[in-house]
Design a protein around this ligand. Structure first.
Ligand SMILES: C[S@@+](CC[C@H](N)C(=O)[O-])C[C@H]1O[C@@H](n2cnc3c(N)ncnc32)[C@H](O)[C@@H]1O
Length: 264
C-alpha cells in the first residue's frame, strides 16, 4: 500500500507547523513577482496560495497525487481573488510539463515518494534553462526517530501486531549522500544539499492531530473502529518518554533535507 487517503479538511486544520516551515522556505525563493512556479505535493493548497499572493505578474501551479487534496485546494484557492493559481492532480514521478517554469518548489511532500530520480528528471523537464528548484522534505536517518520508536513499540504488542504483519517503513528519508548522485545524474547545478534539524512544537491536541493526519501509513492499517485507541496509545507512549515542557508543549526532533539547485 503506497497510496493513502488523505483527509484534506483535517490536513488543512492540523498542518500549522508545515505551514510555518513552508513560509521560511518561500522566503528563501526571494520571488520578484513575475515567475512561473510549480509547487509539487501542494496538498490542500494553502502554501500554493501564499506563493500566488507573491506573484503579481506570475503564476503558480500546484500538483498533488491526492484527489481529495486537489479537490479542496481548488475549492478553497482557485476560485477566489487569485487568478494566477491552478491545481491539477498529478504524480510527482510523472510530471507532464516541458520548459514551463522558472521555479520548482516543494514542501513536506517528497519523503512520501520512493523514486526521486523520476521526480528530478521530471523537474528538469519542467524547468526552463536557468530555472531553480528549492525542495524541502523529511530526511536523514534520525528524522522523527522518537515518534517512529513509539510506533515501533506499539505495533509489536499482541493487540496491534496482526495489522502490521507485512509492514515496511513507509517513508523515504533520504540524505545528502543519496541525493548528490541523483542531482549529478540529472545534470543539475547544485547550490546546496543540507540536512536541517528542527524542533517540532505543538500543544498536546495539536500534536495528536498532526500524528492523526500525517502518519497515515500506520493509522490506516488499523480498522476505523479502534483507530482512536491506537492513536491515543502512540501519543501516550511518546509523551511518557518525552513529556511536554513547562508550558505544556510537545517537542519532536525532526530533520529536513533541503536542496537548492538550478537547470543549466
Ligand atoms: C504533508 S502534505 C504537504 C502539503 C503541502 N506541500 C504543505 O506543505 O502543507 C504531503 C503531500 O504530498 C502528496 N504526495 C505524496 N506522494 C505524492 C506523489 N507521488 N506525487 C504528488 N504528490 C504526492 C500528498 O498527497 C500530500 O498532499
Amino acid at each position: 500500500m503506497d497510496k493513502y487517503t488523505w483527509d484534506a479538511l483535517d490536513y488543512e486544520k492540523s498542518s500549522s507547523v508545515q505551514q510555518m516551515w513552508a513560509r521560511e522556505l518561500i522566503a528563501k525563493l526571494d520571488l520578484k513577482g513575475d515567475e512561473r512556479v510549480l509547487d509539487i505535493g501542494c496538498g490542500d493548497g494553502k502554501i500554493t496560495a501564499e506563493i500566488a499572493a507573491k506573484l503579481k505578474n506570475g503564476t503558480v501551479v500546484g500538483i498533488d497525487s491526492s484527489y481529495e487534496m486537489i479537490q479542496l485546494a481548488q475549492a478553497r484557492h482557485a476560485k477566489g481573488d487569485l487568478a494566477n493559481i491552478l491545481f491539477s492532480e498529478h504524480d510527482a514521478r510523472r510530471l507532464p510539463f516541458h520548459n514551463e517554469f522558472d521555479v520548482v518548489f516543494s514542501n513536506a511532500a517528497l519523503h512520501w515518494v520512493k523514486d526521486h530520480l523520476s521526480v528530478l528528471q521530471g523537474i528538469a523537464r519542467s524547468l526552463c534553462r536557468g530555472g531553480i528548484m528549492l525542495l524541502q522534505m523529511g530526511g536523514g536517518k534520525y528524522n522523527a526517530v522518537d515518534l517512529v520508536k513509539a510506533f515501533d513499540q506499539l505495533i509489536e504488542i499482541p493487540l496491534w501486531r496482526d495489522y502490521f504483519n507485512d509492514f515496511a517503513f513507509p517513508y523515504y528519508f533520504y540524505g545528502p549522500d543519496d541525493y548528490y548522485p541523483l542531482l549529478s545524474e540529472v545534470g543539475f547545478i547544485v547550490k546546496r544539499v543540507e540536512l536541517i534539524p528542527k524542533d517540532m512544537v505543538h500543544d498536546i491536541p495539536g500534536f495528536k492531530s498532526w500524528v492523526q493526519t500525517t502518519w497515515l501509513p500506520y493509522t490506516q492499517r488499523v480498522p476505523e473502529s479502534v483507530r482512536e485507541q491506537f492513536l491515543q496509545q502512540v501519543i501516550d507512549e511518546y509523551l511518557n518518554r518525552h513529556p511536554p515542557d513547562d508550558e505544556g508543549m510537545t517537542h519532536l526532533g525532526m530533520l529536513r533535507l533541503e536542496i537548492e539547485a538550478s537547470k543549466p
